[in-house]
Design a binder for this molecule. Structure first.
Ligand SMILES: [Zn+2]
Ligand SMILES: [Zn+2]
Length: 316
């Protein structure tokens, strides 16, 4: 028990330091060299996005009361999970544990796009009218509770070490803030970097208003699952400057980027054309009030070969 408390307190220290460090670096970077102009006022939007983070942290602690790291220690003490029973070197178990957790998060993300009721929760993340470091932190409270329970379940079945879970949690949090940041990387750097980590240009495609683009690039950390499972899309059809961020049905700033509207979003309106497998998940126009009006995207080949396709003339 003492070990559990000791690990939990050092875990909180590591996680908080990494969180505020990466948040500060990315916020400064995007303030100095933004990739796109912000379309809505930043102060009320940031206040809402960050208030949701505080609310989620309090609610998750109150409801779940167990972190994935503590769950890993718990499982280890009882010999639960595949990796706790495997006679492999510790470093191999750590790598396998991190890879398997990342795959689980990828699959969970696809599930939140595929099941209409879960999409209603997850669309709070997508409805943000701008895309920056705070977008990577905004998720509906119920989605955060559900994903915490799923992650703890995966830890019990998989049996990764507490260290593997801590490395994974810090990495996921840092890469999520990095790849949601409104920053530009040189094209060559982006192309090389996205071989090993999801870059901002890669994840921005996932925040396009166009359903077929929303339903691609599900990775938050490692890009390999998108390459291997055919969900990779290199660039948005309208280009990074021309694309519209958000969802077609929530274009009002007071709805999409204020805390009360964000919390109520799961019970508002229909699921729209976004859930995976919707019949409308084709080239249909999306009504937006955004200036570009680019609501359609031509079909593009998918797969790892597209990784090496450079940005087109309209994609800068
Ligand atoms: Zn998503
Ligand atoms: Zn995102």
């Amino acid at each position: 028990m003492n070990r559990l408390i000791e690990f939990a307190s050092s875990e909180a220290g590591v996680r908080l330091t990494a969180f505020f460090g990466v948040l500060a670096v990315m916020a400064c970077w995007e303030a100095v060299m933004p990739r796109r102009k912000w379309t809505v006022r930043k102060l009320p939007r940031w206040t809402s996005n960050l208030s949701l983070v505080v609310l989620n942290t309090v609610v998750v602690r109150w409801i779940v009361r167990l972190t994935p790291v503590a769950a890993a220690l718990w499982a280890h003490e009882r010999g639960w999970g595949v990796l706790n029973r495997a006679a492999w070197p510790e470093w191999v178990k750590i790598i396998v544990g991190i890879l398997a957790l990342d795959l689980a998060i990828y699959l969970q993300h696809v599930m939140f796009h595929a099941v209409p009721a879960l999409w209603r929760l997850h669309r709070v993340h997508h409805a943000d009218l701008d895309f920056d470091v705070t977008t990577g932190l905004r998720f509906h409270t119920i989605e955060i509770v559900l994903s915490m329970l799923i992650k703890i379940g995966v830890v019990f079945v998989l049996g990764p070490s507490a260290l593997a879970v801590l490395i994974f949690e810090v990495l996921l949090n840092a890469t999520s803030m990095f790849n949601h940041a409104n920053v530009a990387l040189p094209e060559t750097v982006d192309r090389l970097l996205r071989l090993v980590v999801v870059t901002p240009d890669m994840h921005r495609v996932h925040h396009s208003v166009v359903p077929r683009e929303t339903n691609s690039n599900f990775g938050f950390n490692l890009p390999w699952w998108d390459f291997l499972l055919g969900t990779y899309r290199a660039q948005p059809a309208a280009g990074h400057q021309g694309m519209t961020i958000g969802l077609g049905q929530f274009r009002d700033e007071r709805q999409a980027d204020r805390l009360p509207g964000m919390l109520a979003m799961p019970i508002l309106g229909t699921t729209g054309p976004y859930p995976l497998g919707s019949r409308e998940d084709e080239d249909i126009p999306i009504a937006t009030t955004a200036s570009s009006g680019r609501g359609t995207a031509p079909a593009q080949p998918r797969g790892i070969a597209r990784l090496f396709r450079p940005r087109g003339p309209g994609e800068e």
